[in-house]
Design a protein around this ligand. Structure first.
Ligand code: PLP
Length: 394
């Protein structure tokens, strides 16, 4: 198709031109001085995105799934007990990664569409008199349902229980889209991948780790080699990595960090929140139902929409792709076929979002969903106009 491509799955997001250009420069020696400068630059830029001064940042070739494994094997030992909060497909897989490494995962099951209830974590930790629970596993934005859990509240709950468990957070689809305060919320690990809010192609696992997590690392007995934090921190101190790094992705990361810094992190969050709200208003004006239950937990990254009763969401997504060349996210795991997801993350502006909403309206109408054509667009346009003076508040 001619014109701009759309990719409205909730990650990978479209890679901006500036990042593509940065990645296409000639490779450099990954053991040379130019590389050392690049490594230091991206590490310190990432610290700003994680909002950490205290934490250390580690980069690996890999993906979010690799980052789960990296987090588990570096902080825990086989047989350790953890509390795994499960409110969707990705939190389920995070917990299963721990189980695969011999960790005893007690699952706190939460209805899909709801956020992780901080008070239930507090209650469980208070009951753990023997302090057997070594860590709490939680996903900030559950990409399968479009729900963002409140990490600040979860931290407060853990403090209220005066429990020493590590707080291990998956921020794969929230970093660079929603506020994430590594130091202030006393996270021990925040793990992510670059293909969402960081606007890069997939191919890396990125982690911020606290001093407490590094201390746990010293006694953690899960076998590890490639994922071992200590080797990476030692090599990083000399400006390189213990293996051949993903140099081209690091060029891209350096550029995307510059873009985020130029826009200003708070403005980036605000842009995401505003586009997300415009999208939700459009969906409601189309008489469709948002999948997340609680408005306080709506995600900035994506909107998950319940497919009208009796219709198959996967078939609708296939239809949309065929009709207007617009890829949307399918339902995953338990919600397969029941919902579709619109990604509005990374490098995206108002007119692009309106194009997406127009495509969805056309696709719904021609899929025999009874919607008033143009109603969603009008609702989004109205909201964007009403808030146009608040485009960049800072
Ligand atoms: N965690 C979350 C919240 C995700 O959304 C994803 C992927 O979409 C992952 C983990 C897994 O990441 P990856 O697909 O890069 O392995």
């Amino acid at each position: 198709m001619s014109g701009r491509s759309f990719l409205q799955i909730p990650g990978p997001s479209l890679v901006p031109e500036r990042v593509v250009r940065a990645m296409s420069q000639p490779l450099i020696d990954h053991r040379g001085p130019q590389f050392a400068a690049l490594q230091r630059e991206v590490t310190s830029g990432l610290k700003e995105i994680f909002q950490t001064v205290e934490g250390r940042v580690l980069l690996f070739p890999g993906s979010g799934t690799g980052a789960w494994e990296c987090c588990i094997v570096n902080t825990l030992s086989p047989g350790d007990k953890v509390l795994g909060c499960v409110n969707g497909h990705f939190s389920d897989l995070f917990c299963k990664t721990a189980t695969a490494h011999g960790i005893d995962v007690e699952r706190l099951e939460v209805e899909y569409g709801a956020g992780v209830p901080a008070e239930q974590i507090e209650e469980r930790l208070r009951r753990d008199q023997e302090r057997q629970i070594k860590a709490v596993l939680v996903v900030q934005t559950e990409t399968s349902t479009g729900v963002t859990s409140n990490l600040a509240e979860i931290r407060k709950a853990m403090d209220a229980a005066a429990h020493p468990a590590l707080l291990l957070a998956d921020v794969v689809s929230s970093l660079g889209c929603s506020d994430l305060r590594f130091d202030e919320w006393k996270l021990d690990v925040a793990l992510t991948a670059p293909q969402k809010g960081l606007m890069l192609p997939p191919g890396m696992a990125l982690l911020a780790v606290s001093e407490k997590a590094l201390e746990a690392n010293r006694s953690a007995k899960c076998p590890r080699s490639f994922w071992d934090w200590r080797q990476v921190l030692e090599s990083n101190a000399a400006g390189h990595f213990p293996y051949t790094p993903a140099t081209a992705l690091l060029f891209g990361l350096s550029e995307s960090l510059k873009m985020l810094s130029e826009e200003g992190l708070q403005n980036v969050f605000h842009r995401h929140a505003r586009l997300a709200e415009a999208c939700r208003r459009a969906v409601e004006a189309m008489n469709l139902k948002l999948f997340p239950r609680n408005p306080a937990e709506y995600s900035n990254t994506l909107t998950a929409i319940a497919m009208p009763h009796g219709l198959d969401a996967d078939a609708f997504i296939d239809h949309t792709l065929k009709l207007v060349d617009l890829p949307l996210g399918k339902g995953l795991g338990k919600v397969k076929g029941k919902l579709f997801r619109i990604g509005h993350l990374g490098s995206l502006n108002e007119l692009e979002l309106l194009g997406v909403l127009a495509g969805i309206e056309m696709a719904l109408k021609s899929f025999a969903v009874k919607i008033p054509l143009g109603a969603g667009l009008a609702a989004a346009e109205t909201y964007l106009l009403e808030t146009s003076d608040r485009r960049s508040p800072l």
